[in-house]
Design a binder for this molecule. Structure first.
Ligand code: NDP
Ligand code: MG
Length: 377
């Protein structure tokens, strides 16, 4: 079998590193053809030297000594990488709504998209599904919960599903009181108990905005209505999610919290590849697995996001963009943790009914939400 050509968007990030580790262990199956980053030119240059991909793209056009003349520069680099003829699989590991256009382009070009960029589905769910239908592309989730659900559903799909049960670690503030959460610092929020990830998703995991994004993502990926998707806190992050079927049986997928397994599965689905590098699960060493209800009052971002998902239209795009802007402000010390939910809620009240029929309309709603949040801060 000829190796699959891979384009890795967001190669310098956390999922980017997990993907490179997996690809490096399976040279007979995968060959890296294209890599991109936003502005980490030195890191991109060392990946380019190590992997020698045919295409290197840097979104930022700011002058940098590390960039080579043959690199493609600017936001078009993502689409150029994602639609190359020598690419079969696009791993979209870009963070934020900035990943949407590359997802759409890859699906329209008939590629398999290993999707870590959940924001693509949150912002443009209907457009993304339509792009896949139109171009013959397929979406395989990298997000661990959705990978778990896909594995539980395989091979029969979602027809006999009664309920999806998405697990959440609960984040670093799982047991904190509201007043303490409201004034949590950047350092507090970046101390995730079980996963090592990029800064934005780590903050989203602390507020549970990430779980709201994941409920919307699951709704689109598996076509399950919102009232049949539940969230349960599972502090050990070993059960990655569960599916309850009509007959009452519940199937779960377990594993050590490492993104290398869901990345490997997204690249190999529906096959399973032997991989000695993926950490193995030992049930005795791992110890007790516990589950508890989400403290919804203390974590208002969960229901804000799910209600934006139910509202549909531009509301999820507004929720996502307002959250991105508020999290960026939190990370730079311009927004208290407790203010994130306030400004996102206000953005939804003001802009949640924005027009949404096209990609441009969604991006306009996204931009308006970012401007609104900046004005509030
Ligand atoms: P990181 O912040 O670690 O990496 C993000 C990557 O995207 C970097 O390569 C970055 O480049 C690039 N990037 C950032 N902004 C842009 C932009 N505007 N345009 C193009 N490229 C950009 O993020 P993660 O790897 O943690 O997350 C990536 C995605 O995967 C997110 O959607 C996240 O929700 C999802 N995900 C992550 C998990 C994890 O374990 N990390 C788990 C499940 C999902 P540069 O280095 O130059 O800034
Ligand atoms: Mg996840």
């Amino acid at each position: 079998m000829r190796p699959q050509g891979v384009a890795l968007l967001g190669a310098t990030g956390s999922i980017g590193a997990s993907t490179l580790a997996v690809i490096g262990r399976h040279p007979e199956r995968f060959v890296l053809r294209a890599i991109t980053a936003h502005s980490s030119a030195p890191a991109l240059a060392s990946l380019a030297a190590r992997w020698a991909p045919a295409f290197v793209g840097l979104v930022s056009t700011a002058p940098t000594a590390s960039a080579q003349a043959e690199w493609t520069r600017g936001p078009e680099a993502l689409i150029a990488a994602a639609t190359r003829a020598d690419v079969d699989v696009v791993v979209n590991a870009v963070v934020g709504a900035a990943g949407l256009d590359a997802t759409l382009a890859a699906l329209r070009a008939g590629k398999r998209v290993a999707l870590a960029n959940k924001e693509s589905l949150v912002v443009g769910g209907a457009l993304v599904l339509e792009a896949a239908r139109a171009g013959g592309g397929t979406i395989i989730p990298v997000d661990s919960e959705h990978s778990a659900i896909l594995q539980c559903l395989h091979p029969r799909g979602a027809a006999a599903v009664r309920r999806l049960i998405i697990t959440a670690s609960g984040g670093p503030f799982r047991q904190w009181e509201s007043a303490r959460i409201a004034t949590a610092t950047r350092e507090d929020a970046l101390k995730h108990p079980t996963w090592s990830m990029g800064a934005k998703i780590t903050v989203d995991s602390a507020s549970l905005a990430n779980k709201a994004l994941e409920v919307i993502e699951a709704h689109h990926l598996f076509g399950v209505p919102y009232d049949r998707i539940e969230v349960v806190v599972h502090p050990q992050s070993v059960v990655h999610s569960m599916v309850e079927f009509h007959d009452g049986s519940v199937v779960a997928q377990l594993g050590v919290p490492s993104m290398e397994l869901p990345v490997l599965y997204a690249l190999s689905h529906p096959e399973r590849l032997a991989d000695a590098g993926v950490p193995r699960y030992d049930p005795v060493a791992s110890g007790a697995l516990t589950f508890e209800a989400v403290r919804r009052r203390e974590f208002p971002m969960l229901d804000l996001g799910i209600s934006a998902g139910r509202r549909g239209g531009a509301a999820p795009a507004v929720f996502n963009a307002a959250n991105e802007a508020a999290v960026a402000a939190f990370l730079t010390g311009r927004c208290a943790f407790g203010r994130i939910a306030e400004v996102v809620g206000a953005a939804l009240d003001r802009l949640g009914d924005a027009p949404h029929a096209t990609r441009d309309a969604l991006m306009a709603a996204d931009a308006a939400a970012r401007t609104f949040v900046e004005e509030q801060l």
